[in-house]
Design a protein around this ligand. Structure first.
Ligand SMILES: *[C@@H]1O[C@H](CO)[C@@H](O)[C@H](O)[C@H]1NC(C)=O
Ligand SMILES: *[C@@H]1O[C@H](CO)[C@@H](O)[C@H](O)[C@H]1NC(C)=O
Ligand SMILES: *[C@@H]1O[C@H](CO)[C@@H](O)[C@H](O)[C@H]1NC(C)=O
Ligand SMILES: *[C@@H]1O[C@H](CO)[C@@H](O)[C@H](O)[C@H]1NC(C)=O
Length: 467
């Protein structure tokens, strides 16, 4: 009883402290680890743990609490000495929720339940030892999360009440969703592939993927990457009526930021992820061309990412022609269909990639190091999102970043709206109405006609960066 009270006191206190902190998504994080005698099955990567707040012993159980001040979002409590099981549920991270479990884990797909048999005494468990996890890494986005199936992770005492295993697995499980926005190329990487890499790479292929909202075309499209990360056929967990048993599992995916990895929170970085892509797709070039004055026979290659439906360049031909006159070899291509490996090869063969803000820019993941991204930012107060989605990630990928913000005259919107209209004069008044309004005007209806004189300098600047 005493231990339980202490436990609750600690958590109550931590909550109120953390609730006071203003975090970007109005969220805060808690991790809870239970027991660790033979704590070798997995080690949650906690980064540096600078402050040791409390340590106490109660009746053979040890409880200690560590506060990770580097993230301001992580509280870790470890309890117990007797059992083998461990549970870390990070349910208040702003981007994703996940539980890392080791012990006797039983997954019942049909009822979306993950049961953990605990040998800890009942009174040391928190009041409600159950967590609801939506295993898709875009937690702050209500639209994306609305249809993500929830999984209940439940700690139970006493194995006798648990359902029998219909299949015993020898490798750990990772459960994740292919719902949400994963059909979009950018989100496929940002919400699923990078988080999946972060979560599964440590197992070196010896891991079983359990997928909810399985999408066959998605799995086919990214098959090469999925097979590199797991040697076992994917299990469609929604259709599993039996009980899949594991000795460890991760429910949900870890995630740090948009199209990016924070190396201070993980043993991996975007450099590692890009190396992983290069080796998976057998991409040849690790670094971009180094241009030397006059003597070069090889020209730097510029890839213009074309779009057809919206945000397209209406003077693509002239842009290409000017770029050629400046010494580039120019390729215009639109990422299409399912053949990722061919497009990855094409991107990897280039030194500069340019395009209007959009999912096609996700292809920078295949560029060689020191290559240049030119992001053309259309009207609509999109600078922040442009930088957050591609600008900052590019830098972490060791890609040089140039932003080209168009002027009003370069936007097709001047043909649609009178000069004094709010769409042109005051984008903020439109964007504050919400994402859908912003999208309807600035993303879905806008094309770009680059001012060649103005853009010339940007192309020269990119050349300079390749010197
Ligand atoms: C699976 O779940 C569905 C709906 O929740 C239920 O109707 C069905 O009986 C379940 N099947 C089994 C074998 O439990
Ligand atoms: C957690 O506790 C609440 C209230 O005490 C209860 O309604 C809920 O069902 C519990 N969750 C689970 C999964 O047992
Ligand atoms: C799974 O393992 C448990 C414990 O070792 C055993 O009792 C059970 O029969 C096994 N189930 C299957 C289907 O192999
Ligand atoms: C897709 O792109 C590739 C390479 O750019 C091209 O060869 C192919 O014809 C395109 N396919 C379609 C359906 O447009």
């Amino acid at each position: 009883m005493e231990a339980k009270m202490m436990y609750e006191t600690i958590f109550a206190r931590s909550f109120s402290r953390y609730e006071q902190k203003k975090l970007g998504y109005g969220a805060f994080a808690v991790c809870l680890v239970i027991t660790f005698t033979t704590f070798t099955v997995f080690k949650p990567y906690l980064g540096p743990l600078p402050v040791l707040n409390l340590r106490l012993s109660t009746g053979g159980f040890k409880m200690l609490m560590v506060e990770d001040t580097t993230s301001t979002q992580q509280i870790v409590a470890e309890i117990g000495r007797k059992g083998m099981e461990a549970l870390v549920c990070n349910i208040m991270d702003p981007r994703s929720e996940f539980c890392e479990i080791s012990g006797d884990v039983r997954v019942h797909g049909n009822s979306s339940t993950v049961l953990i048999a605990s040998s800890a005494p009942v009174d040391i468990l928190p009041e409600n030892s159950s967590w609801s996890i939506r295993p898709y890494a875009r937690k702050g986005d209500a639209t994306a999360m609305k249809h993500i199936k929830k999984f209940t992770v439940k700690m139970t005492t006493g194995r006798q009440h648990l359902p029998h295993c219909t299949q015993n697995h020898t490798v750990p499980a990772i459960l994740f969703s292919l719902g949400g926005y994963s059909g979009n190329y950018f989100h496929a990487f940002s919400d699923v592939l990078i988080p999946l890499y972060l979560t599964s790479r440590q197992f070196n292929g010896e891991v079983q993927f359990l997928v909810t909202s399985k999408s066959l075309w998605w799995i086919e499209k990214f098959r090469i990457l999925l097979q590199e990360l797991s040697r076992y056929p994917i299990i469609d967990i929604d259709r599993e009526e039996g009980i899949n048993c594991f000795s460890s599992a991760i429910i949900g995916l870890k995630c740090h930021k948009e199209l990016d990895i924070d190396p201070s929170k993980s043993p991996y970085s975007m450099i590692d992820f890009r190396e992983f892509l290069r080796s998976s797709y057998s991409l040849k070039r690790a670094t971009a061309i180094k241009v030397r004055d006059g003597t070069d026979t090889k020209k730097p290659r510029l890839l213009i990412i074309a779009r057809k439906k919206s945000r397209s360049f209406t003077n693509e031909g002239q842009i290409a022609e000017m770029a050629r006159s400046l010494g580039y070899e120019v390729i215009v291509a639109e990422p299409n269909g399912t053949a990722i490996s061919r497009f990855a090869e094409l991107v990897n063969s280039c030194d500069v990639l340019m395009g209007v803000h959009g999912a096609g820019l996700t292809n920078i993941v295949f560029l060689p190091e020191n290559a240049v991204l030119i992001q053309v930012v259309p009207l609509g107060g999109l600078e922040w999102v442009a930088r957050y989605d591609f600008g900052e990630p590019a830098v972490d990928m060791k890609i040089r970043y140039i932003e080209y913000k168009i002027k009003e005259e370069e936007s097709s919107l001047i043909e649609e709206y009178p000069h004094e209209h709010a769409v042109l004069r005051d984008p903020h008044s439109i964007t504050k109405l919400g994402w859908l309004e912003l999208k309807a005007v600035y993303l879905d209806k806008q094309n770009v006609k680059l001012d060649l004189n103005r853009f010339r300098n940007t192309l020269l600047q990119a050349l300079q960066l390749l010197h």
